[in-house]
Design a protein around this ligand. Structure first.
Ligand code: DGJ
Length: 739
């Protein structure tokens, strides 16, 4: 056995403090830093030249000591060995994680190891390692912070960049993380889309050069792409098998994730805030805090990646993930801007009668000089419209409480209509480039959240709305435009490029204040539907509005993609009328319920338009949802049939952590003819040794031969169930309960 007498080996299981060396000097003892979770290792070494080299990310390696001697046979003078955090300058030439112009104009940064520390954070499940690096010539310090979530098999990476020079430096690239990966082939699965078509999955075999996923819109950043990916190594993405990496960035502004395959076929991933037009002047002693990049690695395909991310998100990131989300009726698609007090109280009555737990009053309740009767006016004037709702919000919230349900309300505090008192009073608060036209989107402008006065205003909008009643339990926070004609009246000329970052920092500082004062309020992140679906926003929000497209067929693809990365408990999923305003599809009510029930369930229609029979169905389905809700919110997701398989079928299931209960959702969205309809779907995640009673929900009389029968887990896993889904929009929901 090889002996490493001079080497110090650090592992996560041992609390250790590294010694300090002078940046850039040769170090005597080589070090290996082996960060571990239950199943994974992330390994770096400190070379003789005091550079931190990134060695490995993947299945666990307990003895990482061979990395101290490992030869790559690459010429050292080419500077091609992957670093722990890649900076531009010296020998390096790949897309850098960090690029700086120093105070003396020097364009080079060569990071050297200074020290590293590990500490347990909350319990021994979370261990943080901080590797401190410093430029070999100038005092610029980088703290590379890697947090290991042991049981969830997740690592997060971020950096703090600290300017210790006595003049400003300019940061050009300031990515959160750099991750080099070695495999024979790299299949990148990313999410693309548009408004009402979010999170469609695309797989591409990466080739040499750079592929980037990015957004440059500032706000509403996740319709077109999402700051997340699933990367399959060596073979196309498979649901159940294969080595797969999942990644997601916790940032609600411009992002960029680069995938660069170099001449050694190493895939270099740099991920973080988009450097686009964002040169950042860092003053002496100022620290730049990059947001967190989240990574997981699974040997059980895409399914393993999703389950790891969901566990991590529910345990550590999503705000208040432990609280079960209420079911609700939202007024938007049922009333739009056209309602009065009676419309709303009737909707509250109907919501309560159907067994829903909350009513949410959407857009259209505010503005007096310019009442919000359409999207073209009133935005910014957050006083209740007297003509429309003479007894105010308080009356409506009390009304809901008296009917036994909660009350929520919509706001869009970052925005303003040109036709509003706010725009008349504060033209200087609007995002605009001096001397250029100020374009509207959806008839509105954006407020400049880089401005502390605007931050105060946005906080006060929230606070004032909350003060309208003690009975407000939920805020839907919308944001319906992005940045155009960028410019801030309060940023100096040389700091205009700070806009993109300062906007989101301003937004997060408002969220922080809100959360300090209102820790228990439920807040939904909505941005024209799915324009703000990211783990940065979810730190402050319990849920997102997954998409403005409520059509059940479209939701198959949208929710399938969204739940690849984000857990079901955050995905608002509503039953709407048919044809609804987006697609014109006519899906049966049962199909719509069966679909909406696979996320955080709600309804978004005028209940008066439902027949008695439909209401009775709705009532029963809502009761059924209450029976399965905890499994969906807290359980493990297993995808059974992908809608991308092209067979017009889709099936998923959730299994409770103790494997005693499960729920199966099975959908047919294309005619199956006579051939495919009897095929079994093999269930996953169950305990083969338990017996499960299978009961179909949302039906008067089940057509499934095995309804209410007891099957062994072994049978369900190996043979499965074969509900007869043949016609377009046939669907079935089953609850499985261990005997
Ligand atoms: C866009 C949202 O996504 C919708 O749900 C609705 O709240 C409208 N805005 C209201 O203007």
């Amino acid at each position: 056995m090889i002996k490493f007498k001079f080497y110090i080996i650090f592992s996560l299981l041992i609390f250790s403090l590294g010694e300090t060396v002078h940046a850039g000097s040769e170090i005597n003892e080589l070090k290996v830093i082996n960060l571990q979770t239950e199943e994974l290792s992330m390994i770096m070494t400190v070379g003789k030249d005091s550079t931190v080299y990134f060695q490995y990310f993947g299945r666990k390696i307990d003895d990482a000591s061979p990395y101290l001697d490992k030869q790559t046979y690459r010429r050292i003078d080419y500077g091609t060995d992957p670093h722990g955090y890649l900076a531009a300058g010296g020998r390096s030439y790949r897309e850098p994680a960090l690029r700086v112009t120093h105070s003396d104009g020097d364009l080079n940064t060569e990071l050297a190891y200074v020290t590293h520390q590990q500490k347990e954070l909350t319990d021994n499940n979370v261990v943080q390692t901080i590797i401190t690096l410093q430029d070999k010539k100038l005092p610029l310090v980088v703290e590379l912070i890697i947090t290991a979530y042991v049981k969830e098999n997740v690592f997060t990476q971020r950096v703090n960049i600290i300017n210790k020079q006595n003049k400003s430096v300019v940061l050009h690239n300031f990515y959160s993380s750099y991750l080099p990966i070695r495999a024979k082939k790299y299949y990148l699965n990313s999410f693309h889309g548009a408004w009402a078509q979010e999170m469609f999955i695309e797989e591409s075999l990466l080739n040499h050069g750079i592929k980037s996923i990015e957004n440059k819109m500032g706000v509403r950043t996740t319709h077109t792409e999402n700051p997340s990916f699933i990367l399959s190594l060596d073979m196309p993405l498979n649901e159940n098998v294969g080595d797969v990496i999942g990644g997601a960035l916790a940032w609600s502004g411009n992002y960029k994730l680069n995938f660069e395959i170099d001449e050694f076929d190493i895939l270099n991933i740099t991920a973080g805030i988009n450097p686009y037009a964002s040169e950042y002047r860092l003053a002496p002693n100022e620290t730049f805090h990059a947001p967190e990049m989240i990574y997981t690695y699974s040997t059980s395909g895409a399914g393993g990646v999703s389950r790891n991310l969901h566990d991590w998100a529910r345990g550590y990131q999503v705000y208040d993930a432990q609280t079960i989300r209420p079911t609700l009726l939202n007024s938007w698609e049922g009333a739009y801007f056209t309602f009065n007090e009676q419309t709303i109280t009737d909707m509250i009555d109907d919501a309560a009668n159907m067994g829903l737990e909350m009513f949410v009053l959407d857009d259209g309740w505010f503005g007096n000089k310019y009442p919000r009767s359409s999207s073209t006016q009133g935005l910014g004037d957050w006083q209740v419209t007297q003509d429309k709702l003479p007894r105010g919000i308080d009356y409506l919230a009390d009304y809901a409480i008296n009917k036994g349900i909660k009350f929520g309300i919509w706001i869009e505090p970052e925005m303003v209509n040109p036709k509003s008192e706010l725009a008349e009073d504060h033209p200087e608060w609007i995002v605009k480039a001096d001397g250029r036209p100020v374009p509207t989107t959806r008839g509105q402008w954006l407020l400049d959240l880089t401005n502390p006065e605007v931050q105060d205003f946005v906080f006060e909008v929230f606070d004032d709305v909350m003060k309208q009643s003690d009975n407000i339990s939920y805020i839907k926070w919308d944001a319906n435009r992005h940045v155009q004609s960028v410019g801030s009246a309060q940023l100096t000329a040389d700091a205009q490029s700070h806009f993109w970052i300062k906007y989101i920092q301003g937004l997060y500082s408002v969220y922080e204040r809100i959360r300090d004062k209102y820790p228990n309020i439920l807040i939904q992140a909505c941005s024209s539907g799915g324009g703000r679906i990211d783990y940065g926003a979810l730190k402050y929000h319990q849920e997102v509005w997954t998409s403005d497209n409520t059509d059940a067929r479209s939701r198959i693809f949208i929710q399938y993609g969204t739940n690849m990365i984000y857990p079901a408990l955050v995905t608002g999923s509503h039953v709407s009328a048919v044809p609804n305003h987006q697609t014109g599809n006519i899906t049966p009510l049962k199909f719509r319920f069966d679909m909406a029930m696979s996320g955080r369930f709600g309804m978004e229609l005028q209940p008066k338009d439902l027949s008695e029979k439909e209401r009775a169905f709705a009532k029963e389905a809502i009761e059924n949802y209450n029976r399965i809700r905890d499994i969906i919110m807290e359980g493990d997701l297993y995808r059974i049939i992908s809608p991308y398989e092209g067979k017009g079928l889709y099936a998923i299931m959730y299994v409770s952590k103790n494997k005693k209960r499960a729920v199966v959702f099975d959908y047919c969205f294309e005619y199956q003819g006579r051939t495919r309809n009897s095929q079994s779907i093999k269930l996953k995640g169950l305990n083969p040794e338990l017996d499960y009673k299978v009961t179909e929900l949302n039906v008067e009389k089940s057509g499934f031969w095995g309804n209410k029968k007891v099957f062994s887990g072994e049978y369900l896993i190996n043979e499965g169930i074969n509900p007869q889904l043949q016609k377009i929009y046939d669907s079935a929901v089953f609850i499985l309960e261990a005997e």
